[in-house]
Design a protein. Sequence first.
Length: 97
Amino acid sequence: MNIDTGNINTNRSDGPKRNDNANSSGAAKPENTATEAAPSANVSLSSSAQNITKIEAELKSLPEINQTRVDEVRGRIERGEYQPDSANLAQKMLDLE
């Protein structure tokens, strides 16, 4: 696989070379020592992001099937009380597209 880099050659022999481990005298820089503090980063979420995270956690804790609703509809069907509106049902099926 060839990648066109726009004639950029990263292995050019001309120009100064960068040596991150050398200081101005040319000697190698010591690795990080225990006395050097590592940079720290603070991250804070907006209240909207915190609310979304909370809602997502609540949704994950809910069952995928609302068994109470299933039992209610099942009972209505068994008693002959469930009369779905076929026109409304057909329209909702068409709206799923």
